[in-house]
Design a binder for this molecule. Sequence first.
Ligand code: FUB
Length: 447
Amino acid sequence: MRKSVLLACLHALLINSVGLKGQNPLIRHQFSADPSARVFGDKVYVYASHDILATEGRGRMGWFCMEDYHVFSSSNLTDWTDHGMIIHQNNVPWVKPDSYSMWAPDCIFRNGKYYFYFPSTPKDTSYARGFTVGVAIADKPEGPFIPQPAPILNVRGIDPNVFIDKDGQAYLYWSQGNIYGAKLKENMVELASEPVVLGNLPDKGLKEGPYLFERNGTYYLTYPHVENKTERLEYAIGDNPLGPFKVTGVIMDESPAGCWTNHHSIIQFKDQWYLFYHHNDYSPAFDKARSIMADSLFFNTDGTIKKVLPSYRGIGVTNANTQIQLDRYSRISDKGASIAFLDTANKFQGWKMVLESAGAWVQYNSVDYGKKKLKSVTVRTLSPAGGHLQIRVQGIDGPVLADIPISASNEWQLVKVSLLRFKPGMQNLFVILKDNHQTAIDWMRFE
Ligand code: FUB
């Protein structure tokens, strides 16, 4: 094993023990992209690609640079574990060494095994002149995954996605300008039919990243498509896993920050549907360094999908006795409320909430206060002129939980006050600035 691979493994083991906290972006210690979320047992696993920044001699500057994959899991959608690197480009026999082209993957369970599908550049161009797709197999969802010696024959392209129908037939989808599909053999590593171009999708504009699922007998083929200038997530429906499909709608509009790609997956977990996707929040100036996000997804009664608006709040419940990152808000006031990086030199430090005029507010949904009476709240805050915050629940005019006068300081400080009352259970949290003294909030926690 190469030294770089060994170091990556050690790094992953360290991260594994740290634990990551929900909200968007979901993964907060490294870039992550192309999430393929899967429900295995009572957990959600996310197989993601891993953007790194190209440097001289490492990848192509200004382009995607991806050498390995990580898998993340959660049983509550709030606490995520990084299981570390599962595949590295230089440990796959057929991948061209140091090609940094480990693009969007997928994973599926069949007959006691986990099959991980990934695209990359083959060293032997007789497989494909660009990308092809290979498989690695494991006994557990987090690996270890053993790569097959050769890629799947007759597949040229990127973004593999696998679907197993109710009758047990498995299908492989991928993209190369168009979206292709073919049946897979029972062994899951060979095609059982000639690839076909999936029909009746938009003719113009790149389509890629297919993700197919079935609900109530309808097959939903979902895919990023460039209708205008950058990708948006669209879907088409059909009666058969290989189509034909009817273009039906948009799942998510183009990234408001201009991230050119989006790539997604859709799962149902404990009666709720979720969309996993990516934007470039930790790298606003370079959209090839992306971060995965997740938001709830809802269907209309006729089976069409309601458009998903990207949020900072994301998914999962936040316990009141953990650090509540208000900058990952559900809503803010039209005036006087904004977010900013805590440290522009290290964006993985995250953001702060900035309130600057009397009446400016932030709403943070789904905080679990539990049953046991909480007595105080601590806020990490910075307020040069000394601001005055108020915490309410249930609404902007709801019961006041705490009044927090902050003394003037140019340093971050921890301010702790007693709660005026306690409201048990799940609540939406509102924080309001009562004066015109600019006040930044890193986090708050109830005790
Ligand atoms: O991550 C590299 C490529 O960008 C993926 O394969 C595409 O789907 C797009 O997200």
